[in-house]
Design a protein around this ligand. Structure first.
Ligand code: AMO
Length: 438
């Protein structure tokens, strides 16, 4: 018997079909037994009227456990009384292909840590799996835009001989007789690709950060979307690339999943207008101070509270959920960010905030060898040919075009798109300082 998906049952009324799935709920009464079976497309009620002596099927259903994997063959019957789609299956045969042990380790009231311990059971809930359907759509849309814009997709190494960017947040791993490091950004490699004549680079890949952060938006391993564009006229080219990419992604998400996201998570997917609002860091700080923002630590960068306040302020004024913050001071940006022509204390860089959370860092890069070396030294880095930056800096010695790019955290985008409380729920298997399992 050919398998029919639950979502296809309305077109199968009157036919005998086979449905394969898990037992979602059981209501076993003396006269009638109700088994709700769930597959990845929906749920259907299987209704068996008990036949007294010799009712083998009734006996089998009596011994069923919730979450067992079953194959049900029976007739699809229209029944307006049934809440699940106004139809039911009257079973002829039920096969238990793999019985679930009685007493599930998680239920609706289970806390987040226990849910993550039993993530495969957690994922059987449709609203939890929705995240990955949305993720598939987001990645598809981003790839399409990247390809249309002439990007070449690369997969840069995740094992590195020297730490990228800065040494602080890097995981060290044993590598035969020496040490290697897990890439905390494809930053240097995507610039190397630009030096290699690949005009526009796109990558979706793993990023590792040894940050002992326990916030709702930090993971030690996450998926990054990285773009690098050559021959740009300015950082504006990078921002307009990114906003077009995000708009397409959210258009497709709204169209395919908007209704389900709203039903399950109570969040309306807003397709953003172009261009996104832009605000310089200097303007942002002034506006935030007027609104009462007074951070304790670094005052030249935005802290999470500043990001939240600023997003709320911009949304109130413009109705827009996104805001690009531009022109960060050089003191809080990496050495490779291009300094502004008019003011070397400021960089041609940006962060993109969405609903109060930073989802992207981007910049035009310094492409002139001498200046790049000077900027690295200014940050106290070893810029010598035999030092950790040697191979990277070589890329700038034989003709490097002006270029810029950005890195976007996919988990953060999904968390915000669905309104999830934490990035833990936005990734398949979360990795954090205290979590390496399952
Ligand atoms: P940055 O370090 O800001 O920039 O990272 C880019 C984006 O990645 C996401 N992100 C994270 N997501 C989950 N857990 C984390 N621990 C975490 N850290 C960062 C955020 C962030 O905006 N090389 C630059 C990018 C560039 O300039 O092209 C970089 O890595 O969404």
């Amino acid at each position: 018997m050919v398998r029919v998906l639950v979502g296809e049952l309305p077109a199968a009324v009157g036919r005998t079909v086979t449905v394969k799935g898990w037992v979602n709920t059981l209501r076993l009464q003396s006269k009638v037994q109700f088994v709700v079976v769930r597959d990845h497309t929906g749920m259907v009620q299987v209704t068996h009227r008990r036949g007294g002596e010799g009712d083998a099927l009734g006996e089998l259903l009596q011994g069923l456990t919730v979450e067992s994997a079953v194959v049900v063959t029976g007739r699809v019957v229209a029944n307006p009384v049934v809440k699940l789609g106004g139809l039911e299956i009257v079973p002829e045969r039920v096969e238990v292909v793999s019985a679930a042990e009685p007493g599930l380790p998680i239920g609706p009231e289970t806390g987040p840590e226990q849910r993550l311990n039993w993530r495969f059971l957690d994922l059987r809930r449709p609203e939890r799996r929705l995240v990955f359907e949305v993720q598939t759509t987001v990645e598809q849309a981003m790839r399409e835009v990247a390809a249309e814009q002439g990007c070449t997709e690369l997969h840069t190494p995740k094992l590195m001989g020297t730490a990228s960017e800065s040494g602080a947040e890097v995981f060290e791993v044993g590598y035969f007789e020496r040490k290697a490091y897990l890439a905390q950004s494809p930053q240097f490699y995507k610039q190397m690709a630009i030096a290699g004549g690949i005009d526009r680079v796109f990558e979706i890949g793993p990023v590792f950060r040894a940050e002992p952060s326990f916030t709702s938006r930090h993971a030690t391993e996450f998926t990054g979307v990285d773009v690098e564009l050559a021959w740009i006229d300015g950082v504006e080219d990078v921002m307009s690339f990114e906003e077009r990419m995000l708009r397409r992604a959210l258009e497709l998400v709204a169209e395919r999943h908007g209704e389900q996201i709203e039903r399950h998570w109570g969040v309306r997917v807003v397709v953003p207008e172009l261009p996104f609002p832009r605000l310089t860091m200097a303007e942002a700080v002034k506006r935030l101070r007027d609104a009462g923002w007074d951070p304790e630590g670094v005052r030249e960068d935005l802290d999470p509270e500043g990001e939240r306040l600023l997003s709320a302020l911009v949304e109130r004024e413009t109705g827009h959920e996104f805001v690009f913050v531009t022109g960060f001071p050089a003191s809080v940006r990496p050495f490779y960010h291009l300094r502004s022509a008019g003011d070397p204390a400021v960089t041609e860089s940006f962060d993109l905030l969405w609903k109060g959370v930073e989802i992207t860092t981007g910049a035009q890069r310094e492409h002139r060898y001498g200046r790049l070396v000077a900027q690295a030294r200014e940050k106290g880095m070893d810029a010598g040919p035999e030092g950790p930056l040697g191979r990277y800096l070589d890329c700038f010695r034989y003709g490097m075009p002006p270029h810029g790019g950005f890195g976007l955290g996919l988990g953060r985008v999904l968390m915000l798109a669905l309104g999830l409380p934490s990035i833990r729920d936005a990734v398949f298997l979360f990795r954090g300082p205290n979590r390496l399992e399952p």
